[in-house]
Design a protein around this ligand. Structure first.
Ligand SMILES: [Zn+2]
Length: 302
């Protein structure tokens, strides 16, 4: 054990300026050839602890998207494939992995859209009256619906984005799936409950009304916004967009599900296009702000 500890300490120390994309880990046990525990630096609490295999997308979502006959379909910016393979890596200590489950995943997963046509989260939303509409898009204020756990929905989305930002999650790649650069630390401390939602980030939540045709998910990928970074991913029925940067317009900040006091959620049949519309409508000066955005701004100022 002492030799393992010494080796681990020397590996973790690295040289000055050494930056590990993947925490240095050392396997310390196995059962029937399967890894059961590794030692390394937990990416979330940054403590030197035994690490467990964490999933980029919670295991429950894989099960959700699986039918009795088929493996789930997952989509990334580079590949669309049907596979039972789950992306996992010894990224976090047991406590931090449990924190992500407890503070987000466990609440969100049972509410996602199903292949049977149910969508409990959408049912919850409809219990509140829409606050604004624009074409087939409606904005619901989660702040007025006590059944919607705003903190857990935000924690879930940020947990997935953050995990994608600290590990490649693809064989042969060394760069993380998405890049938070200097803003990563604000996301990490938010997830730990040590800081409020990052000031330089905007989280947009969009819901597809049932029946949801795509019971699938995609891993976080970078969108095409200019002037700041935008990242997106979806799970059955809900798409999240995260804007990151110093130059996000104040109008666009009004659409943040996590930090706007109404905690707005967009519902629209063409959700990917709707989120894009909100982003473009708020940023392009030539465009009139959408009714949805105007509603949010008006509510903020009254
Ligand atoms: Zn930890």
């Amino acid at each position: 054990m002492e030799s393992v500890r010494a080796l681990r300490t020397s590996a973790a120390a690295g040289g000055s300026g050494t930056r590990y994309l993947t925490p240095p880990t050392i396997r310390i046990g196995s059962v029937d050839g399967k890894k059961i525990m590794e030692l390394g630096i937990c990416k979330l609490c940054l403590k030197d602890k035994p690490l467990i295999n964490s999933h980029l997308m919670a295991r429950g979502i894989h099960d959700f998207c699986r039918t009795p006959d088929d493996d789930p379909i997952f989509i990334s910016s580079k590949v669309i494939m049907q596979s039972g393979r789950q992306l996992q890596h010894p990224l976090l200590c047991r406590e931090c992995d449990g924190l992500l489950s407890r503070e987000g995943e466990n609440w969100v997963l049972p509410l996602l859209a199903t292949a049977e046509g149910t969508f409990p989260f959408h049912d919850l939303l409809l219990e509140g009256a829409p606050g604004g509409s624009d074409g087939d898009s409606k904005m619901y204020a989660a702040s007025r619906n006590p059944k919607i756990d705003v903190a857990k929905l935000a924690h879930f989305a940020m947990g997935v984005f953050w995990k994608a930002s600290v590990h490649p999650w693809r064989g042969g790649e060394t760069e993380p799936l998405i890049q938070f650069a200097k803003y990563g630390e604000s996301a990490r401390t938010f997830l730990l409950g040590k800081a409020p939602f990052p000031a330089k980030m905007v989280l947009i939540a969009g819901v597809i009304p049932p029946p949801v045709k795509t019971i699938g998910f995609c891993h976080p990928y970078r969108g095409s916004a200019s002037g700041y970074h935008n990242f997106l991913f979806f799970v059955p029925g809900i798409e999240f967009a995260l804007l990151v940067g110093n130059t996000i317009s104040s109008d666009l900040k009004q659409t943040c599900f996590a930090s706007h006091r109404l905690h707005p959620i967009l519902v629209s049949g063409g959700i990917a296009g709707s989120i894009k519309g909100v982003i473009q409508g708020s940023t392009a000066k030539a465009h009139r702000a959408s009714n949805v955005t105007k509603y949010l701004i008006k509510e903020k100022s009254t």
